[in-house]
Design a protein around this ligand. Sequence first.
Ligand code: CA
Length: 442
Amino acid sequence: MPTTDPTHDPARRSFLDSANDPRADFPIQNLPLGVFVRHGGGAGEQKPRIGIAIGDRIVDVPRCIELKLLDGIKPEAACALCAETLNPFMALGRTHWKQVRRQVAALLDESSRLRDDLGTQMAVLVPMIEAEMLLPATIGDYSDFYASIHHATNVGSMFRPDNPLLPNYKHLPVGYHGRASSIVASGTDVRRPMGQTVTSDAGPPTFGACKLLDYEMEMGFFVGPGNELGTRIAMRDAAAHVFGMVIVNDWSARDIQKWEYQPLGPFNAKNFATTISPWVVTLEALAPYRMSGPPRGEGDPQLLDYLKPEEEFALNITVEVKIASAIMREKKMQPMLVSRGNLRDMYWTIMQMLVHHTSTGCNMRPGDLLATGTISGTGEDSRGCLLERTWRGSKPLTLPDGTERKFLQDGDEVIMNAWCETDGFRRIGFGECRGTILPASD
Ligand code: CA
């Protein structure tokens, strides 16, 4: 895991005022990477470009390289940063990631020569409102875990009241292979899926629009260099393979899931859409928010050696879910806060997920996405999906427009945010992960 350095100095300021607002998601200490296209730009600007978020602007990285503003980075990094996805840069590894972070921080610092050069600023800083964010990488493979013991216990107790946690839970991070083709960037509408559902456990099923549509509040991480097929990533090397993190909404069709999930786990219930936030907050930027944990209880089984942490590793990331119905948006009402949780409450760390995933020799490639599973805490208001939050619909939420929600309705918009705060460091955020439900099309 990276340690802190001058790029994390809380006193550091940018010449851009919007980056110095204490509530800003993207101060100079963050510098997340993403891929954008500029609205209405010239022919060369229609192509996806790598950007770095600062305040309310996007640093056009290839343009900076063209103008020789990042001369301290190596030629291979400069070449990777001129690609249309982050995969080549993710493949380069931590030495390059750190070097680019240092250089970009220096370029945006209040002491930078760019401060008084408005012409160059115009050329390299794109207002976020003039850009569309795309997926940051070509995601070859996507896997999703089940790392919150509170989520696993809550969901397990609905289906198996006497035996909520299965015997494997405390021995390995349980996961499933997700679907990469239907991962979309924040802001993309999500169509309500069709599928087989039953009214009685034994069937028979009918085919129709999902009635129990849900979100799952998760965090995900992008793999960096990765490993060759047939080799494993050891715990001591795991952090070097984690490029950075995004917010993940693992949309879930609960009624489809209930009928199909045994014996091989979810299939169609999860494959119609997964939304991610577009800015990848690097593991470097997250260094100050690392903490001890996760806690294992007194009676918990010993971990097998390959899963034992080299050092304690939990991440203090607050996650929040809000809902706005179509009526609420029409009436300009604020979205309603539905839950707030924290990634530090997970039973398994992202490093354990990565190590376990590769323990068979399964290869990870740059740009692969691994997600944590629903992040739930102990309190009702920290439950990260509606299945838990409304307890299968038995405790509906009342929205400010007066309507009730057990599960998502057409027109509902789900907005997820995440951020890190800790004493002695600047707050950094992940931006937003949002999506609106469209009616099913039959
Ligand atoms: Ca999930």
